[in-house]
Write a protein that binds this ligand. Structure first.
Ligand SMILES: CC(C)(COP(=O)(O)OP(=O)(O)OC[C@H]1O[C@@H](n2cnc3c(N)ncnc32)[C@H](O)[C@@H]1OP(=O)(O)O)[C@@H](O)C(=O)NCCC(=O)NCCS
Length: 167
């Protein structure tokens, strides 16, 4: 499938906004984050159609994937994994030693997804989601804490090299 991932221009942010709301359902928190936390927004197009969006915080150690969303009707096709692989390659290109990403402890699907992308559970940010105006529920639980996953890029590179040596 022909996929194109690139950094979005500032004037494209409004187009990406509805997609990013899938990852951060609070519009005010998303706007605040786009202004104050993320330093790059990326878009993924499949055959010219917008299918995904992601935000990154590069100027922080470790760098962090803040939001990642695939169009609802295109989820489950491997696009999310391809997007993460691209962002991980970009992190490596920038010489980052590791990359982190967080999701609610209630998001069972995302917890599986990030591990499928090679991340390992690292720590919990308690009460991270304090800013929701009203309690948000997911899988019958109130969204409260964030589980942070980490990918050690040096270790991942070593593993890939070892696997290549074995071939
Ligand atoms: C999370 C999200 C980005 C995943 O993208 P996706 O394109 O649907 O996922 P993929 O098709 O690339 O799946 C990759 C792997 O994760 C697994 N996976 C994805 N969703 C899953 C689910 N709900 N349950 C179990 N496994 C799941 C897939 O089976 C696949 O496994 P494989 O590599 O063994 O084949 C997407 O579902 C999404 O946009 N969700 C809404 C926004 C969101 O919650 N973002 C993350 C929080 S910031």
């Amino acid at each position: 499938m022909q996929l194109d991932i690139r950094e979005a221009r500032r004037d494209e942010l409004e187009t990406l906004f509805p997609l990013l709301l899938l990852a951060e359902p609070s519009a005010s928190a998303l706007r605040w984050g786009l202004k104050n936390l993320s330093d790059a927004v990326y878009r993924m197009d499949a055959r010219g159609e917008l299918v995904g969006a992601a935000t990154m915080r590069w100027r922080r150690d470790p760098c962090e994937m803040l939001e990642l969303a695939i169009l609802r009707e295109r989820q489950g096709e491997g696009l999310g994994k391809r997007f993460v692989a691209w962002l991980v390659a970009e992190a490596r290109r920038r010489g980052q030693p590791e990359i982190i990403v967080g999701t609610s402890t209630t998001s069972a699907a995302n917890i599986i997804f990030y591990q499928k992308c090679g991340f390992r559970a690292d720590h919990v940010r308690h009460d991270y989601f304090w800013y929701y105006d009203e309690p948000v529920r997911e899988n019958g639980l109130v969204v409260r804490d964030m589980l942070v996953f980490r990918l050690d890029l040096a270790a991942a590179t070593q593993r890939e090299e070892m696997m290549n040596d074995e071939r």
